[in-house]
Ligand binder design. Structure first.
Ligand code: PXP
Length: 261
């Protein structure tokens, strides 16, 4: 098999936690849509928002306003429920990322179980695909989950980087290397199966470069760290710094093979 083209790595900025701060007081400030427009201006290639079943951050109204006001693609993260499917069909965002969701969790823990639920998920994503949404499955970098995602016809997989990022924070170098190996092999396998590999969850300035250097990856989705860092430096600066780290790591891969996808 030939080597992958080295596509430019897209940055999807997740604005959920602007809404978390807004909702702490129940008003309209800070507005996640305003943050999304600033993120676009600062170099984000797309905006990601997760409408959780408990509406703890992003609201239904936010999704409508994002659809109306964004000029870059919206990646709509949602659980595989009938309610969320209806909302996605109403808005028809560019991308729909299917994530596992538990009410009691603080954030999305672990990847989606696609292999054990493939028939239901194939049926679930079919109308969304027909509506033109690009479907992504948020999974662990596990060969069985990658194969199952390809089997049900999802064109994209987003590999969960959470365990790798926790190992970086803990300074557990052996685990960092092991998790990076899984991410590299997973991205490679997804690409070999004709899927578009993305990655995300928990990425920071300290953990992004090794992931950005994985040549098959096409997009990273980053939220909590960027919104948190924006408190100190502003959103524009946080995004610019993240972009430059991603681009720097990408530049170290070597020359593109056969052009840009
Ligand atoms: N990708 C997916 C599928 C997610 O669910 C999340 C969190 O909502 C992210 C990326 C972004 O993670 P973080 O906010 O930790 O950067």
């Amino acid at each position: 098999m030939t080597e992958p083209n080295r596509p430019p790595l897209r940055l999807g900025v997740n604005i959920d936690h602007v809404a978390t701060i807004r909702n702490a007081r129940g008003g309209a400030h800070p507005d996640p849509v305003k943050a999304a427009l600033m993120a676009e201006a600062a170099g984000a290639d797309g905006i990601t928002a997760h409408l959780r079943e408990d509406r703890r951050h992003i609201s239904d109204d936010d999704i409508g306003r994002l659809m109306a006001e964004l000029s870059k693609p919206l990646n709509f993260e949602m659980a595989a429920t009938a309610e969320m499917q209806a909302i996605a069909l109403k808005h028809q965002p560019h991308a729909v990322c299917i994530v596992p969701e538990k009410r009691e969790e603080r954030t999305t823990e672990g990847g989606l179980e696609v292999a054990g639920d493939d028939n239901r998920l194939a049926e679930f994503i079919a109308p969304l695909r027909e509506a033109g949404c690009r479907i992504s499955m948020f999974i662990e970098a596990d060969p069985g989950q990658i194969e199952a995602s390809a089997k049900i016809g999802a064109p994209v997989v987003e590999l969960h980087t959470g365990t790798y990022c926790e190992a970086v924070i803990a300074g557990d170098q052996a685990k960092v290397l092991d998790e990076l190996r899984k991410l590299r092999e997973g991205a490679r396998y997804a690409w070999e199966l004709g899927l578009e590999p993305h990655a995300g969850h928990g990425l920071t300035f300290d953990s992004v470069e090794a992931v950005a250097a994985i040549p098959e990856l096409v997009e990273l989705n980053i939220g909590h760290f960027l919104i948190g860092d924006a408190i100190f430096t502003g959103l524009k600066d946080a995004i610019t710094q993240m972009r430059s780290r991603m681009d720097g790591a990408r530049g170290e891969i070597g020359d593109p093979v056969g052009g840009v996808a």
